[in-house]
Design a protein around this ligand. Structure first.
Ligand code: ATP
Ligand code: MG
Length: 252
């Protein structure tokens, strides 16, 4: 069975793409086959794996049925992660989907015949038709939350959308967990945020917190996950540990 995880928080810059790329990298290191679907017009997962630049088929063409998913897949040579790229074309998809009869299930249909252990969908920072498509295609929702003031902002709304999709277009959807990112244990603010998250989500919060770590921030500029950039960094060790928690929750 393919485990499909939507990585989503409508807040911008909370670590969705960083978590997608590095979770994918350590899943591959654990022997899993992994596909990332870049589902953000910013294309950060694509450039972060060094797979931007060429003329490519993207998640946009695939979703609209103009190209087959298989024909759009690229493989990152450093990490072995497979990727369906995205670029700015995807920004237009929202409007083009609006009048489609299956507008919420377009991505689900595109992923149906792909055989991977894990498919990770890197979502844009929005609660839009694109993100509804991501949630409809997934069996798991992973929410990265930055350990900063305003972290909880929008979480209620995100959970409402999650519940709505679960009750309508996708009864197979479950909450995988909440990942604390950019955690700085020296500040009391970070601890306050973690306390607040634990009160709201309980055990759903992953035990591993991702620290603020400059090696994580610079890795995408080399087109590599942290596992290939600096595997002994604090950030690398955290994502490795987090990946173990994910495998345990998903595979039991
Ligand atoms: P968007 O909403 O725009 O898609 P995002 O949620 O995908 O953003 P990222 O792009 O992963 O967030 O991260 C935002 C910025 O923070 C990036 O510059 C990234 O390199 C940096 N960053 C992410 N995680 C960490 C970390 N743990 N330590 C230091 N920098 C980080
Ligand atoms: Mg992103």
């Amino acid at each position: 069975m393919t485990n499909i995880i939507a990585v989503l928080n409508q807040k911008g810059g909370v670590g969705k793409t960083t978590s997608t790329i590095n979770l994918a990298a350590y899943l591959v290191k654990s022997g899993k086959s992994v596909l990332i679907v870049d589902f953000d017009p910013q294309g950060n997962a694509t450039s972060g794996l060094g797979l931007d630049g060429g003329p490519v088929k993207t998640s946009y063409e695939v979703m609209l049925g103009l190209d087959k998913a298989e024909s759009a897949i690229l493989v990152s040579p450093d990490s072995g992660i497979s990727l369906i790229p995205a670029n700015n074309n995807l920004a237009a998809a929202e409007l083009e989907l609006k009048d489609q009869p299956n507008r919420e299930s377009m991505l689900k249909n595109m992923l149906e015949n792909l055989k991977y252990d894990y498919i990770l969908i890197d979502c844009p920072p929005a609660l839009s038709l694109l993100t509804i498509n991501a949630l409809t295609a997934s069996n798991w929702l992973l929410i990265p939350v930055q350990a900063e003031f305003f972290a909880m902002e929008g979480i209620g709304q995100l959970m409402e959308v999650f519940q709505r999709v679960k009750q309508t277009t996708n009864t197979n959807l479950n909450l995988l967990g909440v990942l604390v990112t950019m955690y700085d244990g020296r500040t009391s603010l970070a601890e306050q945020v973690v306390d607040e998250l634990s009160k709201y989500f309980g055990d759903v919060v992953f035990k591993t917190y991702i620290p603020r770590n400059v090696r994580l921030a610079e890795a995408p500029s080399y087109g590599k996950p942290i596992s290939e950039h600096d595997k002994w960094s604090k950030g690398a060790r955290a994502y490795k540990q987090f990946t173990k928690e994910v495998i345990k929750r998903v595979e039991g």
